[in-house]
Design a protein around this ligand. Sequence first.
Ligand SMILES: [Zn+2]
Length: 77
Amino acid sequence: MIFRNKCKACDYWTVFELKVNDETALKTCTHCQNKEEILWDSSAETLIRDGEKDIRALEGHFPALASLKNRGDHIRF
Ligand SMILES: [Zn+2]
C-alpha cells in the first residue's frame, strides 16, 4: 500500500510504500529510497491513518499536497 507523509531523511512531503510482513513493516520513501522498518501493530496502523487525515486537512492550505499520488512524487514548502 502507499500513503503520504513527510520523510525525515529527505525532508520532503512524499509518497511512501509500505510492505507489511506479519509483525513488522518496511516503510520506503519513494523519493530518496530511505527505508525504515517499523513494528506493525494497531498503533502503527492508526498513526498512518491519522497522518493521512492530517494531510487531507492540510490540502486546504497547501493544495500541492493533493498532487502527491504516484511513487516518486515529492514537494517541499
Ligand atoms: Zn525521503
